[in-house]
Design a protein around this ligand. Structure first.
Ligand code: AMP
Length: 421
């Protein structure tokens, strides 16, 4: 029986892998330009790390985590996202004591046991940024500008940035009380919500705003949103953020229902959506999480971040027919014509590779025609032909594949020639 890959997971092969590398390298360059440094955290963590931060009532924790017991019966989960791991590492390595502001970026696989569909997978990949150590709205603006810069650099057009504010802990408390009152006074309205939302309205009302049930969605228009309960300080922060974004000429829309599916968000939330993606239209999401570091036992620290889904970003680029300029490496192909010249050919191959140039050779003696076909497939710039005559004269025939010319050179000249390609 053939063993196949798991549902919702993908192999990424050449030539598509070149697009991935292009995206990742562009993102890396931009992250570094904004002063963010790479962090790599483990793919597995204690389950409690995610439960405590993402929230017991969220879809991710309730249905989507890949959780198992290790040999010592500890509950371990594959990371469904990266922010909790970065926050843990920040505290574990006492980074708050070393610098004022810590700015991280990451690239890697995440795991959620969701029903697979276009743009939604069980293993998917994200790159993201996390900045920890400031409450300034300029930090929110920097994070949104960084997100915007990534899609602008890729020349994406059909996207939109949505922003909202969820307010602080007190505001959330006010919101919770307001919904509890609705639950008390309008039992008939509440009974129309799905069973999950009837439970959520009491213990985690924000979650009703991102319920996928169509009836709940419709009913939400009659409910207050967290923005209706925000205090003056949070409102000022939000207004300042809008002012900065306008100053930076970053267009945005306000969406009062944008609560994001994770409990740790406070204040600003945002999302970048794309029109070419159908139902799974969010490419990037993020926001502030000012209480997360302290909830993990660290100091009180303002923080803000985002995560891009790489698969969706690629789908968006493909929907706009964006061509990636992939720098093709210089390639040389060595064609050995017979057994005696193979040894020398292999040595030349080795020397060329040592100069940093990509070089190929067949592992068996084949006809020149077959080797030329292979060289064409590899898009080789030069083909070096080595046979009995070349061995005797210690000169090599070099075919320039673009110019369709042929010269004869010695070994020293050969290395110079291929380097000039
Ligand atoms: P989140 O971590 O839920 O805020 O998601 C951030 C981004 O990750 C989303 O905007 C998507 O682009 C991507 N994403 C989340 N879940 C999946 C998934 N199951 N498959 C593919 N991409 C995903």
């Amino acid at each position: 029986m053939k063993i196949k890959s798991l549902k919702g997971t993908n192999d990424i092969l050449s030539p598509k892998i070149n697009k991935w590398r292009h995206l990742e390298e562009s993102a890396r360059r931009i992250f570094e330009c904004y002063g963010y440094q790479e962090i790599r955290t483990p793919i597995i963590e204690h389950t409690s790390l995610f439960k405590r931060s993402i929230g017991e009532e969220t879809d991710i924790v309730q249905k989507e985590m890949f959780t198992f017991s290790d040999n010592a019966n500890r509950s371990i989960s594959l990371r469904p996202e990266e922010t909790p791991s970065v926050a843990r590492a920040y505290i574990e390595h006492n980074i708050d004591k070393q610098t004022g502001l810590a700015k991280f970026f990451y690239i890697g696989p995440m795991f959620r046991s969701e029903r697979p569909q276009a743009g939604r997978y069980r293993q998917f990949h994200q790159f993201g940024a996390e900045a920890i150590g400031s409450y300034s709205p300029y930090l929110d603006a920097e994070i949104i500008a960084l997100m915007d810069e990534i899609v602008k650099t890729l020349k994406l057009k059909n996207y939109e940035i949505q922003i909202n504010s969820l307010g602080c802990g007190n505001d959330r408390h006010k919101y919770k009380k307001r919904l509890a009152k609705i639950a008390e006074n309008k039992p008939r309205l509440i009974s129309k919500l799905c069973v999950n939302c009837q439970r959520r309205i009491k213990n985690n009302p924000l979650r009703i705003l991102d319920c996928k049930n169509p009836t709940c969605r419709e009913l939400m228009d009659d409910f207050p949103t967290p923005f209706d309960c925000i205090c003056e300080k949070c409102l000022n922060h939000y207004e300042k953020l809008k002012k900065i974004l306008k100053q930076l000429k970053i267009p945005f829309k306000e969406n009062r229902f944008l609560v994001r599916g994770l409990d740790y968000y406070t204040g600003t939330t945002f999302e970048l959506t794309h029109t070419g993606l159908g139902a799974q239209n969010a490419i990037c999401g993020g926001g502030r999480y000012d209480n997360l570091i302290s909830s993990f036992g660290g100091p009180e620290m303002g923080a803000c971040g985002f995560a891009f889904g790489i698969e969706r970003l690629l789908l968006a680029c493909e929907s706009e027919n964006i061509e990636f300029k992939i720098n093709k490496a210089k390639t040389v192909y060595i064609a050995a014509l017979d057994e005696p010249s193979y040894e020398m050919s292999f040595e030349i191959l080795h020397h060329i590779r040592q100069t940093g140039i990509q070089a190929h050779m067949a592992y068996e003696i084949k006809s020149l025609k077959a080797q030329m076909r292979q060289a064409n497939r590899l898009e080789a710039g030069y083909v070096i032909i080595i046979g009995e005559n070349e061995l005797k004269s210690k000169t090599f025939t070099v075919k320039d594949m673009a110019k369709h010319t042929q010269t004869s050179v010695d070994k020293k000249e050969l290395l110079k020639l291929v380097a000039k390609q």
